[in-house]
Structure formats: C-alpha cells, structure tokens
Design a protein around this ligand. Structure first.
Ligand SMILES: [Zn+2]
Length: 254
C-alpha cells in the first residue's frame, strides 16, 4: 500500500507537497510555502488537508501554515524551533512517530541546514520527507560550523533503501546538475540526468522528487566517498566527511 503523492511548484522554486492515505483520506501538507497555492492544489485534487508536517522553521516553509490550519483545522507537527514560525499542535523530534491515516512516519532530527530540521521517514511506504537536507543532485546550504552535523544527517538518509522516494523542499535541479557535472564529469548516469534536467527546465516541469538510488548514482554529496569526487576537490585519500565539506564549500562558490 502506498500513499498518493502530489508535488507542485509554489512561490518560485519551493515544493508544495500533499501526501494522502487512499484508504482513510487523511492528507498531510508537507510544509506550507504559500497557503493559497497549497489549498488550491488540495481542492484541485479533491483532497482535504488533515495534517501539516513542518520540516524546519525557515519562513519559506512555514509562512502559510497558520492560514491552512485556520482554513482546514489541520493538526500541525514540527520541531521546537519552528514554534514561533508556525502554530504547532505537537512538537516532535528524534524518535517520535507521527500518524497519517493508516501510515506512520518516524521523525529524525537531521540538523545542518537548520538547527531543528526534521526528516519524516515512512518505512512501510518507503517515503522520506527531507525538506532542505537533500535536493535532486544536491543538498541544502549549511549553517556556519555545521558541516559535520550535515554530513551525519545526509549519511543517515543515504542509508535508507535505494527504492525510498524522497520529497525535497525546492527545485534547484538544473543548477545542482551543472555543479554535479563540473565535479563528476565522467559519470554516465549523471550525464543522462543532466540532459533530463535541461529538458525539464525547458518544459517548465517542476522537479523536486527523487529516490535514494538515483541520488547515490548522481548526487556529488552522496558520492563523497568515491575517488572521483575526492580528486575533484584535491582530497584523494581523505575521509568522506572531509570531501563532503570541500564539495559543499565549492558549491557555495560555484
Ligand atoms: Zn530552509
């Protein structure tokens, strides 16, 4: 049994995401970048939002939460440091479990991009809501001094089964693909995906979903333990966490 998933553009590049249990019709919005756009998407699908899962406190993920809660009466889950940004009914963190109809998501604390960042992991349904930790062929910006924490967070997510679907927080896919090509130019899977990213951009197709397996094949940050990526940042023989940090700094300058 799997959840119905609808991912769509909000604001300029934020992902709006609705996930619904087809049996009970429980439906969660994953963050609310824009209340009007998220409510309109739910209406278009004929779905009623019952829950809101907040991944992290940043304004572009939380600014619409209060209005959607007011419009729908949804129950809001999120990390403690999002309390000022969104009306949370339940503060959740590492080790908590959040229900959605007949499904359950484990909440993981995955800091680095923001202090309280959560990843919601649905093991039965092989779906993880990764917010701004992972992007298609990329990863989120990292707070000063938080590169080791971000590497720990990414490493945990990378260990999920390859078929696990990821819903990410933004479509930065083409920009990420360009950086990935600069770092990993001999990677055939990446070349194909770069071409797909160019086509998606040309067609105006929103792209913020991926899988663990696809990221392992093409995402330079997931591939920090590969010799080619270590060589790209001049760190042959270094530990993957150090290569990751150098890649993230190279992306900041790219
Ligand atoms: Zn963010």
């Amino acid at each position: 049994m799997s959840l119905d998933i609808h991912v769509f553009r909000t604001l300029s590049d934020n992902a709006g995401a609705l996930i619904r249990d087809p049996a009970t019709h429980a439906c969660a919005a994953v963050d609310v970048p824009d209340a009007g756009q998220v409510l309109a998407a739910a209406e278009e699908k004929g779905w009623t939002i019952t829950d809101i899962f907040v991944t992290h406190a940043h304004f572009d993920h939380t600014q619409g939460v209060a209005a959607v809660k007011q419009a729908t009466g949804a129950t809001v889950y999120g990390p403690a440091d999002a309390k000022d940004a969104a009306p949370l009914d339940h503060v959740v963190g590492e080790g908590d479990r959040v229900p959605l109809g007949g499904f359950v998501f484990d909440t993981w604390h995955t800091p680095g991009h923001s202090d309280g960042h959560l990843t919601y992991v649905g093991e039965q349904t092989r779906l993880a809501l990764v917010g701004d930790v992972v992007f298609v062929m990329g990863c989120g910006r990292v707070q000063p001094g938080q590169l080791p924490a971000m590497w720990t967070s990414l490493s945990r997510i990378m260990a999920l089964p390859d078929e696990t679907k990821l819903i990410t927080g933004h479509d930065y896919t083409l920009a990420n693909a360009r950086f990935a090509m600069a770092m990993d130019p001999a990677n055939a899977a990446l070349k194909a995906r770069f071409a797909e990213a160019e086509a998606a951009k040309a067609e105006g197709r929103f792209w913020a979903q991926t899988t663990i397996g696809e990221e392992k094949a093409t995402n330079p940050f997931f591939r920090a333990s590969e010799g080619a990526l270590a060589a790209a940042v001049g760190l042959v023989g270094a530990q993957a966490g150090e290569v990751f940090a150098a890649l993230r700094e190279a992306k900041n300058r790219f």
